[in-house]
Design a protein around this ligand. Sequence first.
Ligand code: 13P
Ligand code: SF4
Length: 313
Amino acid sequence: MAKKIRLNMEVDMQDLKSKILELRKEQNAVLLAHNYQIPEIQNIADYLGDSLELSKISKDLKENTIVFCGVKFMAETAKILSPKKKVLLPVMEAGCPLADMINVEDLIELKGNHPDAWVVSYVNSSAEIKALSDVCCTSANAINVVRNVPVKKIIFVPDKNLGWWVQKNVPEKEIILWQGYCLVHEQFSIDDLMLVRKFHPTAEVITHPECPHDVLEKSDFVLSTAGMLKRVKDSTSKKFVIGTEEGLIYRLKKENPEKYFYSLGSARTCLNMKKTKLEDVYNALAKGQYVVELNLEIMEKAKLALERMVSYV
Ligand code: 13P
Ligand code: SF4
């Protein structure tokens, strides 16, 4: 009996996938997915990547509609970079708590206190914060962006750990940090790192720059999710300890079946990234939901900050 139910579920899943692909074609749509999405979404996506890759891709697409499987700031970024396209976020409540850790009033006050500084905002921020920024950055290019900023003093928002990592690598700049953090990455600890080094002494330890700074300091590599995929592919090591959201480990294993992956401590899950299911993608295409709409003036200002980022790296 249990076997029969499972078979039906698989048939339903197959059916849903075919319907999504049919609708995608009918509507001239493209499916973009972040590396933390659930396996079913990763497997159906036209493009899978980190924030920087997906931003660059969304700029040059020929399709009319982008279905963004990720979180709100990512879909907003795609809309800002492709204002003429319809951008759909399948689950309206898929947000990023880190992005919500700074608001417009906070940033205006900070700018007022440091009028000679440039604002560099991590893409994990709202469109309004981007609009108040001089340039944006992602985890893949933050060091290069800050190096390229033509002033010494920088206000870096909202992630304190990424900001700390940038300051360590670009000591010639003076960075004012906002104290935001990612609830998921903040849980990786130095104790777990020490323990894992004991049990897997030959493994490379690769962490995301949103991890606490003592973890970053003791890692072998600090990289964006796309950077991690590249490092694993290029490395001759067989074992890797990964300090980022567990969705990436699915892709790492799939693309490197001969290598071994361990999470740094317990596997950490971003609940917002896991909200999008195949049913939501189907509904997004079938009902045209949920359309990302932004104020025109905000979009234009935010676009300048995003375009400056792309021109720097
Ligand atoms: P990446 O750009 O490295 O994929 O990171 C996005 C993110 O939200 C990390 O938590
Ligand atoms: Fe935001 Fe953290 Fe989730 Fe990334 S992992 S989307 S920073 S909450």
